[in-house]
Ligand binder design. Sequence first.
Ligand SMILES: *Cc1c(COP(=O)(O)O)cnc(C)c1O
Length: 459
Amino acid sequence: MIKHVINKYFKLRHMMRRDMGGSKNSYNDVFKLIKEHHNWFKRSLPLIASENVPSPAVREAIMSDFGNRYAEGWPGERVYAGCVYIDQVELICMSLAKRLFEAEFADVRPVSGVCANLAIYAAFAEPSDIMLTLSIPSGGHISHGRKENAGTAGFVRGLSIETFVFDKEEMNIDVDASKKKIEQLIKGGKKPKMAMFGGSLFLFPHPVKELADYLKNHGVFICYDAAHVAGLIAGKKFQDPLREGAEVMTMSTHKTLFGPQGGIILSSEKHAEMIKKSTFPGNTSNHHLHHVAGKAIAFAEMLEFGTEYAEQVIKNAKMFAQSLYNAGLNVLAEKNGFTKSHQIVVDVSEYGDGGTVEESLEKAGIICNRQLLPGDIKAGRHYMHPGGIRFGTSEITRLGMKESDMKELAVFIKRVIIGKEEPSKVSDDVADYREAFQKIHYAFDNDVEAYDYIQIIKS
Ligand SMILES: *Cc1c(COP(=O)(O)O)cnc(C)c1O
């Protein structure tokens, strides 16, 4: 691990010295490095659960001049001129978002999932209010976290954090134990104001329906963070939080939902005014208009292809998990069929830790991320060297992979983790395998390949 970091550091120092040769060297270096990145991704297996690859159409939209403009406020009530076409695109984007998620209201302006969450905290809670969430090792996101950990909710909005009780065997929220905990909190004068469902380690639908009446009877405002699973919800293959009792749903637009990087907020009409002012001026000034255009394109693609896509993502995840398990790896949640989402989580503590395994896999062209597991903190592990790794199947599904490919992928991973084969040997085989998967699926257009570098300048 350390050696890897030191190597990277020396490479950077070397480049910084080159920089003294003149700014044109750095200018050229940047393009050279971007092109190398593209070539690397053409040859690798992109398995990071929070990532995806957008269609050529989304890429075209986000390269447009929209990215150089300002349009603060709401379409038709802007603070700047020059928004004639931008306003129309934003209205289309909102209308597509509302159709996709069957929501009365959509705010497509948050520039990321974290900004969307922050807008919700600002709109529906006050500093020192208590929010119930998952702890980070149980799957909560840092934007739901405590002040001590510089989590957004605590650090930026001053919320106090209490956690749901998590069942490690079921890999889900324990409904009865969580109710008991809430009762005790209320008795102790610590009544939660807000509950946040959803998370980053997210294998099974959360019990929103099971807890919604209980929470509402205690006056708790229910939010659902769909950052990871938005594309599965859009495809109607996971759960339906807005029908199950969530008042608002936030999300990133680039994880299972295959748009540009960004965020959105959905709710019923009654919360619209509060959310609108919290987004602007509360939590954004300019809202990255090229990404609004990209979101609109991705939502249109999702409306057309989302069901088929989400179904294949989940089928692939199940088959991938089963194949890794058959290969001898400790895949979590076996008793519940491993997963009902795009994610697979593997405890690799018997082979070192998530950090070192992640690094070996990266050298083999298999790109995934280390994962803190429930129980890791108690076992003395931390986020740099956690017990697990996490895989996601959304991007490889977008590249056209099916269940039979999952069996092959599991063999590559077994060769690295269990077989301890030289990663560079495995990376050659990975690159050969990847050759057949260069086009984007579930899109209206795919003339340009998924990782083709789009050149504008002539030199
Ligand atoms: C990724 C993630 C976010 C943050 O999204 P960004 O778009 O990266 O800001 C928020 N919540 C959860 C649960 C996430 O997994």
